[in-house]
Design a protein around this ligand. Structure first.
Ligand SMILES: [Ca+2]
Ligand SMILES: [Ca+2]
Length: 216
């Protein structure tokens, strides 16, 4: 009898412990799954990015290297979104990430897709590194056109010629987007981006790279 009571007390203690452990269990944190198709984009500035300016990584996902994202400038023949446009086709940039006021936002076809998978501000604000889910840019094409576009304001330059502070890949006026296959590959500054083609150091792209990582 005594032995049975002892056992029951043991069971109660064990039950109490398991209930306590259950109460103390931390809430389940959703597992973050790394995208199988990643695009890592990095760019550098000679001075820390300004919270008041706009830093775009822009993509054209039509698979055609004959056109791509370019900055809207006094020389643009259409205003597009006010910061970028697809050359030749004169349509809005379909996919991009923008950094402004300390916040990164990703868009596809004008729909907000949340923050990028990963975004880092390095070197005191002089270097930005993004790890993007390629599926939020395209699921259908095997070639992507990209530009990095920095502007002092999102709005169309009005009257034309007012905007002077902007940069894009390539020499001024910066319409030299790059196109690359969506297979494991790395592009580094193709010698096309230098210091001084934008007079504002917080907008002047001086280095960049793009890396595609496809997991099996
Ligand atoms: Ca440039
Ligand atoms: Ca530059």
């Amino acid at each position: 009898m005594l032995a049975r009571v002892h056992t029951n007390i043991k069971l109660l203690v064990l039950l109490g412990c398991s209930l306590l452990l259950g109460c103390a269990r931390t809430p389940r944190v959703p597992t973050v799954v790394a995208p199988k198709r990643q695009l890592i984009v990095e760019f550098a500035l000679p001075a820390p990015a300004s919270p008041n300016y706009f830093y775009f990584v822009a993509f054209d996902n039509d698979g055609d290297p004959a056109n791509g994202p370019v900055p809207v400038t006094a020389w643009s023949d259409a205003m597009g979104s006010g910061w970028g446009i697809i050359s030749q086709r004169n349509v809005r940039v379909p996919a991009y990430v923008v950094y402004n006021q300390g916040r990164f936002s990703q868009y596809l076809n004008d729909q907000y897709k949340g923050p990028p998978f990963q975004a880092q501000v390095l070197d005191g604000g002089r270097r930005i590194r993004l790890t993007l889910d390629l599926d939020l840019i395209t699921t259908s094409v095997s070639l992507l056109s990209m530009n990095i576009i920095t502007v002092d304001t999102e709005f169309p330059p009005s009257p034309p010629g007012v905007r002077v502070d902007y940069d894009g890949l390539g020499p001024f006026p910066g319409n030299d987007y790059v196109s690359f296959p969506l297979a494991n590959s790395t592009l580094r500054n193709l010698g096309d981006e230098t210091e001084g083609d934008c007079p504002e150091p917080t907008l002047d792209i001086v280095d960049w790279s793009a890396e595609v990582r496809i997991s099996p």
